[in-house]
Design a protein around this ligand. Structure first.
Ligand SMILES: CC(C)(COP(=O)(O)OP(=O)(O)OC[C@H]1O[C@@H](n2cnc3c(N)ncnc32)[C@H](O)[C@@H]1OP(=O)(O)O)[C@@H](O)C(=O)NCCC(=O)NCCS
Length: 339
């Protein structure tokens, strides 16, 4: 029932059925999240950064009256640096029958044979995935809070004040599509600052800190149908990027954007840059993406200053979001031999 699957060459029926399963999962587990659309779904599942690979599996059941089979399970593992990051989706109708264990066993075995020794997963708090991953021996390593901002609840007047409230000597620049080539080096330098901070997370999401990799990562976003928007704070005297904030509008759920990194470089803290770049971003998104209704973001609970700014902008805490990790050999022993 479970087979390896390549979204690049998948049939339209398979993709549509996979999408139906994904949306059934969202309705069951995250009913306030927007449903996904088919737009760029194939590319979203198939495209990766250079040097990274994603391997996928499907589980199907026979269709009614000779119709095409229906997808009841999907798994994929992203081979990223020195970790395999697994995602599992089981249709609510097909749960508690051991399918996730079976799919995880296949993904774990393949990842192990690819030479990896660690496996990780992002898990949404308050969903069955917490019990599932704990039951197979994964350990919670890191916790973030997801917050959501509803654009129709924004106080645009005070947001305007925040966008203007930046210290003298800085200017803001809006870059739809990503930073222009002449700012790429300065942008990468500012992003490198984030790499220095070891906040204990498992690095399950790809990040890029050198100009070449950054360009490749922006290209990859575009290929996957995820449109990046960036607001930069430029220090006028030096031309340095003093701060940046990144939002991505995915073609798969264009009513809800994802807020990615926001960075204010150490030497430029205390000038209202964080507030100003995020506030300016919301104004820009309002006109560039008229269908957009919400923005979601993830923050570590220890990051008090960022949580404070997000609360001022109108973000409201939604759910806990965990990173789980495990030793691959241990997981395989448990799944395949029950020890
Ligand atoms: C988490 C998920 C993959 C589990 O799929 P599943 O096929 O129902 O899982 P299994 O039947 O293989 O369950 C194996 C064990 O996990 C635990 N488990 C799974 N769901 C559970 C639940 N709702 N409550 C308590 N324990 C649960 C149990 O120990 C179970 O063994 P048991 O049924 O013999 O008691 C599925 O609920 C899902 O698709 N969730 C949404 C997507 C998601 O969050 N994926 C994970 C992040 S990538």
């Amino acid at each position: 029932m479970v087979r390896e699957w390549d979204p690049k060459t998948a049939s339209a029926d398979e993709l549509r059925s996979m999408l139906d399963s994904l949306n059934a999962v969202l309705m069951a587990d995250l009913p306030d999240d927007p449903l996904w659309q088919e737009s760029y779904l194939r590319e979203y599942l198939a495209e990766t950064m250079p040097g990274e690979r994603r391997i996928s599996w499907l589980a199907e059941e026979p269709g009614d009256n000779g119709g095409p089979p229906r997808v009841v399970g999907h798994a994929n593992v992203l081979l990223l640096g020195d970790i395999g990051v697994v995602e599992l989706l089981i249709h609510p109708k097909a749960r508690r029958a051991g399918l996730a264990r079976e799919m995880l066993a296949q993904a774990a075995r393949k990842t192990y044979h690819e030479g990896f020794s660690v496996i990780g997963a992002e898990v949404v708090g308050g969903t069955p995935a917490v019990s599932f991953f704990e039951s197979v021996g994964f350990v919670r390593e890191y916790t973030e809070t997801r917050s959501v901002l509803r654009l129709n609840s924004v106080d645009w007047l005070s947001l305007g004040e925040m966008a203007r409230g930046i210290g003298a000597g800085y200017r803001l620049e809006f870059c739809p599509g990503g930073p222009p080539d002449d700012l790429l080096d300065a942008y990468a330098k500012a992003k490198a600052e984030l790499r220095e901070i070891d906040d204990g997370d498992l690095d399950l999401r790809p990040s890029s800190y050198d100009p070449q990799r950054l360009r490749a990562s922006l290209d990859c976003l575009h290929r996957r149908g995820m449109k990046p928007y960036i607001v930069l704070a430029i220090h006028e005297k030096t031309g340095d990027v003093a701060g940046l904030t990144e939002v991505v509008v995915p073609a798969q759920h264009p009513t809800r954007a994802d807020q990615y990194d926001t960075i204010v470089v150490q030497d430029h803290r205390g000038y209202g840059i964080d507030r100003a770049i995020k506030a300016r971003m919301l104004f820009e998104l309002r006109s560039a993406e008229p269908k957009l209704a919400e923005v979601q973001t993830w923050n570590a609970q220890a990051n008090e200053s960022m949580l404070k700014v997000n609360a001022e902008l109108g973000f409201q805490a939604d759910r806990e979001w965990y990173e789980y990790g495990a030793d691959l050999a241990d997981i395989l022993r448990r799944l395949e031999h029950g020890v």
